[in-house]
Design a protein around this ligand. Structure first.
Ligand code: FAD
Length: 231
């Protein structure tokens, strides 16, 4: 039976597997005995010697007993380095799910589909939302910036469920915007009443949320989640 964990609670989860889906980008699958979360929420993973870091859940709540996170291995990163050494069957402590970044269109205006804007592993909360399925009817726009085309996670699903536009910054790919996702954001028709969800690197999230608001998009329609700081 699923339980909604109280604030401050942690639970042990067992590693099912870890897959390197692109160079330095991993998907970690954990098994749990009952854990409630909504698409867009985060968990804190506890590593050795008091190191803990938040990660956005990338899987759907409908995947019974399983929780997946996407992470980029950071050079000398304490927690991501440790995650890369975990083996199937290893245990780790994971916090309750939390956060108010909820890209699920059902809780938002139905007038126009939302716009998802991600850099890198910032796609995780949007994958959770799309994998959840409750958003399919509204077919969101998804603007997704990566360094290399191979870094795109679950392109087939995103292409099927969203109006997907990619921006690839470190290689030229036919038919794909070469550069940062910012240019795709600034080509949007901002006059439509809809919600914007931005997730990933701080420089993109802050610059593009400021730009949207400067174009007259109400602040309550601009939702942000910062994973990394560029400096
Ligand atoms: C709400 C939220 C959700 C997140 N979700 C995700 C997610 O889904 N996936 C994901 O990959 N990440 C996510 N993150 C980021 C994640 O929490 C970690 O910050 C990230 O994985 C790096 O952790 P680490 O311990 O491996 O690296 P750290 O040990 O924290 O180091 C990170 C980098 O900074 C460098 N560094 C560290 N300290 C210094 C210093 N003093 N001076 C100079 N350089 C330094 C290191 O060398 C390394 O390159 C999220 C963050 C937030 C806030």
């Amino acid at each position: 039976m699923e339980t909604h964990l109280e604030s401050g609670t942690t639970v042990p989860m067992q590693v099912v597997g870890r897959v390197e889906i692109a160079d330095g980008i991993f998907e970690l699958t954990l098994r749990h005995d009952g854990f409630h979360f909504e698409p867009g929420e985060c968990v804190v993973i506890f590593g050795p010697e008091g190191v803990s870091r938040p990660y956005s859940v990338a899987s759907s709540p409908a995947e019974h007993g399983v929780l997946r996170v996407l992470y980029r291995r950071m050079p000398d990163g304490l927690l991501t380095g440790w995650l890369c050494e975990r083996q199937p069957g290893d245990s780790m402590m994971v916090s309750y799910a939390f956060g108010d970044f909820r890209p699920n269109a059902e809780t938002r205006s139905q007038e126009h589909s939302p716009v998802f804007i991600a850099t890198g592993v910032g796609i995780a909360p949007f994958l959770s939302t799309v994998r959840d399925g409750r958003i399919h009817a509204s077919r969101p726009r998804c603007l997704y910036g990566v360094r290399h085309l191979a870094d795109v996670v679950d392109r087939e699903l995103l292409g099927r469920c969203c109006e997907l536009q990619l921006a690839v910054s470190r290689e030229k790919v036919d038919g794909v915007h070469h550069g940062h996702v910012d240019a795709l954001v600034q080509a949007l028709d901002v006059n439509l009443p809809r919600d914007y969800f931005l997730c990933g690197l701080d420089t993109m999230v802050y610059a593009q949320s400021d730009w949207l608001e400067a174009q007259g998009v109400p602040a309550e329609r601009v939702h942000t989640e910062v994973f990394f700081t560029a400096s």
